[in-house]
Design a protein around this ligand. Sequence first.
Ligand code: CTP
Ligand code: MG
Length: 265
Amino acid sequence: WRATSKSPPPPSASTPSWLRVASKSKKMPSKSESCAVLTAAGSGSRLCCEGPKALVELSGRPLVWWAARGLRAGGVGAIVVTAPASSIEEFRSALSDIDDLTVVAGSDRSRQESVALGLAALGRCEADTVVLVHDAARPLTPPQVTARVIDAVRGGAGAVIPVLPVTDTLKTVDAAGVVVGTPRRSDMVAVQTPQGFRWDVLIRAHEEGASLGADEARAATDDAGLVEAIGGTVHTVAGDERSMKVTRPLDLALAQILVAEETSA
Ligand code: CTP
Ligand code: MG
């Protein structure tokens, strides 16, 4: 699979029903607008594509476009996309039909640092503004998941993550690959994005964890982890299987099947 940017846009009828943007009158009610950082600055080394992973196409549109549309359909206002510094113009043109969206350069050192750059571009918000962090690598997140996360933060949580039960048994191993433990599967969950935060909580977590961001191997793999590190409580809401992350070629094949099934339904 390779990123090709010039196929025609799909007709709106081919958008899966769960991703269709509600018309203005049907927009989900909101006390105040929420905003989001959409991370898309990764290269996609495990997908083995040419060019940035977020520009790889699904049914004629790049992954980052699907992810941004899904956020908007879930009730998100301003969106800041972190793109690879060398591809900013390509991202801007791929996302030109989505309003209230800004593309800025992310980091080539870690996802965590890309999020920090996106937050800086978002600028100062009210302390209780809901800020989401979402991965462009999750193009098909149903708007209902986004809305659940936003509602939970508005309901008083400082940090909220969507989760699913794990189906594989998980083990901890040492550096030599020898098993050192088997956590109870029923105690474990798989974590998705968008993750939602009060703005003041997320900013403090990123400020205090900033030094880890210089290197992906040490950096936090999600933003909730930074909140945990400063002693914050992280709440959970139900995630969704369709919010799967496109990491390897098999994931992209699954995403293509999901879009095709929905559009033929
Ligand atoms: N990301 C980012 N900045 C980075 C690294 C990752 O904004 N320096 C983003 C990716 O674009 C992606 C999300 O973080 O949307 C989750 O990362 P992942 O799925 O690991 O994507 P990549 O880092 O691109 O893929 P890989 O690790 O296989 O290279
Ligand atoms: Mg990565």
